[in-house]
Design a protein around this ligand. Structure first.
Ligand code: AMP
Length: 588
């Protein structure tokens, strides 16, 4: 497949922010893509080479790319840097430079998607001393044969600056239309995506085997399953209203969610955001096979830091000490954990997702042999507000955050937040009754002590209906110097030139970020706002919702996707909840 077909499409997509137009361009692109290339096209559209869980990073620095452009064009690095400074985008700068060059000496050969992909793959795999030189050679050989437009997109993919604003849902809409003729079939594609976390694979299957192939899509051991999520409730009463007469209550442990894929001695661990985190838990890899009585399983557990002397649970933050590249052995002995299992998703060749909760729990109890290290999450069946209150009390006394309430007869809904699981926390840390997880979308440079870092951040909630991030508040309190530095480090790599089309905000931030990082805030109140865009028009025409007196809690939620942030439905229910309390009809 000619790479020019892809670069022409990318060029059109970059010029629009409208979801429907993006979908049309994608459908056209898929129709022009041979079946055996579609998987690779889907990864490239997302600016990657393989699904995230494989952890393949392109890792090309700007300096190296500039050298490669210089080598291909004969123009000095200094001149290229000047052009880059003017345009703010290296891909665009390369187009301008190579266009000048093409008019004189440039020889252009047709390059293919396959060749670009293979070369990028080789670049990603290079390691060691001579890797920088080799990378440069590979890049400049591609640039030599590329048209200026192609070169610009090759560079954007390489540098991770391709910003199309196409969300996974838009990609799946387009696949459904292109390969099954009906956008409604997106939900079937979504199911396949939810069990494989691999959109390229889903595209290959639907392109070659259409709807039937995708309906028969199976769980693949060592490919992570997208986790089931819980809605929040604020009181025992509300829990009973939503759950009915009889349901399970489990301790909600404050650790890291881990999805364990086990076959014999081979164990692979995925985080809640589906990153391979095996390297941080060599102790789990070593110890778990002894506690598992099955040939092949996918289990879910919460890894929790403990006090070795007393066995007490410690808060989530303790686990972050393990997020390091070196001396992990030391961190393992300094920050011991227990692994607390709460679900089974796959067992000896069969999916367990369709099994009812109570059947899965029974199976889990058979599979896991408990010891000091591997445990089952404490669970009981509850029937009344009193039962819930008692168990909540026990859970808090053991150092947990609260309870997870689970319907007994419901399947595991991969990738979905629904009402079959609820979470109840006994932490009325602020007047709202709960914290919010919000996406950092913009930054404002600080003054005084905060010069050189972002002193204030612009935050957004997630709008599920439109798959966008809507501004909800600016936050400037709760940051220690250490947090300011840490956030600056993380956010610097997310700065964009243009505001990402998924960001909905009328504010003028000093810098815009890719909507990726989630942080936790508390606030005193939710109010109607003429400026902010969260849940706009839902309560009152022309007004959105905003947080009053927001404060950063110190929790950077690295384990969360932006789509896992508090959504506008949750914001609306918090807004309504506070009104009820104000009117003396407290739910607590
Ligand atoms: P939250 O992060 O507040 O949305 O709460 C959901 C998280 O609670 C999950 O992602 C798990 O990491 C964690 N968790 C703790 N205990 C349990 C449990 N018994 N069942 C499911 N999730 C749990």
């Amino acid at each position: 497949m000619k790479f020019s077909i892809l670069s022409d499409s990318l060029n059109k997509m970059e010029s629009t922010t409208k979801r429907l137009e993006l979908t049309d361009y994608l459908v056209e692109l898929f129709k022009n893509t041979p079946q055996d290339v579609v998987g690779r096209i889907v990864y490239l559209l997302q600016g990657k080479l393989r699904p995230d869980f494989e952890g393949i990073e392109l890792g090309v620095a700007e300096k190296l790319a500039i050298k490669a452009i210089s080598k291909s064009s004969g123009i000095t690095s200094k001149k290229i840097e000047e052009e880059y400074r003017k345009t703010g985008d290296l891909g665009q700068a390369a187009t301008i430079i190579l266009e000048q060059k093409t008019q004189t000496t440039f020889l252009v050969e047709n390059i293919t998607v396959e060749r670009v992909y293979e070369t990028l793959f080789k670049i990603a795999k290079l390691e060691g001393n001579r890797s920088q030189d080799m990378k440069m050679k590979y890049i400049s050989s591609l640039l030599n044969d590329a048209t200026p437009l192609e070169a610009s997109f090759i560079l954007k993919i390489l540098l991770g600056t391709l910003r199309l604003g196409v969300a996974e849902n838009t990609l799946m809409d387009a696949m459904a239309i292109a390969y099954t003729g009906n956008k409604e079939n997106r939900t079937i594609l979504e199911k396949a995506y939810n069990v494989s976390s691999d959109l390229g694979k889903v595209a290959e299957v639907v392109a070659t085997k259409s709807l039937q192939g995708i309906q028969e899509f199976k769980i693949i051991l060592f490919n992570p399953i997208r986790p089931m999520l819980a809605d929040r409730v604020k009181s025992e009463e509300e829990t009973i209203e939503k759950m009915g007469e009889k349901f399970a209550a489990e301790y909600k442990l404050d650790g890291e969610r881990v999805q364990l894929h086990v076959k014999g001695e081979k164990v692979v661990l995925f985080s809640r955001s589906l990153e391979n985190i095996s390297q941080y838990y060599p102790d789990i890899i070593e110890k778990i096979p002894k506690s598992i009585q099955a040939d092949e399983v996918i289990l879910e557990a919460e890894a929790v830091a403990i006090n070795e002397n007393t066995g007490e649970f410690l808060p989530f933050q303790e686990l972050m000490h393990r997020r390091r590249k070196y001396k992990i052995e030391k961190a393992v002995s300094q920050y011991p954990i227990t692994v607390n299992f709460f679900d089974v998703l796959y067992h000896n060749g069969n999916s367990c997702l369709e099994l009812e909760y109570q059947e899965r729990r029974k199976l889990l109890e058979k599979i896991v042999k408990e010891d000091d290290y591997s445990k089952l999450v404490p669970m009981t069946i509850v029937k009344s507000e009193n039962d819930i209150e008692d168990y909540l009390e026990n859970s808090i006394n053991s150092g947990c955050e609260g309870l997870m309430l689970k319907m007994l007869d419901k399947p595991y809904q991969a990738g979905a937040r629904g009402s079959h699981w609820l979470k109840l926390k006994r932490e009325y840390r602020n007047e709202l009754g709960d914290s919010l997880d919000l996406v950092v979308i913009g930054g404002f440079f600080g003054k005084g002590r905060r010069t050189g870092v972002y002193g204030t951040l612009l935050l957004a909630s997630y709008d599920e209906d439109n798959d966008t991030f809507t501004s909800i508040c600016k936050v400037g309190t709760g940051f220690t110097d250490e947090y300011l530095d840490q956030l600056y480090q993380i956010l610097s790599s997310k700065v964009t030139i243009k505001k990402n089309p998924r960001i909905i905000s009328e504010m003028e931030a000093d810098v815009w970020f890719e909507p990726e990082l989630v942080i936790e805030v508390v606030a005193s109140e939710i109010t109607l706002s003429p400026i902010h865009k969260a849940a706009k028009d839902e309560i009152r025409k022309g007004a959105g919702l905003a947080l009053r007196f927001p404060k950063f809690t110190g929790k950077i939620r690295v384990e969360k996707f932006p789509e896992d942030a508090s959504n506008n439905q949750e914001v609306i229910s918090l807004y309504k909840g506070q009104k009820k309390i104000a009117h003396g009809k407290s739910l607590m």
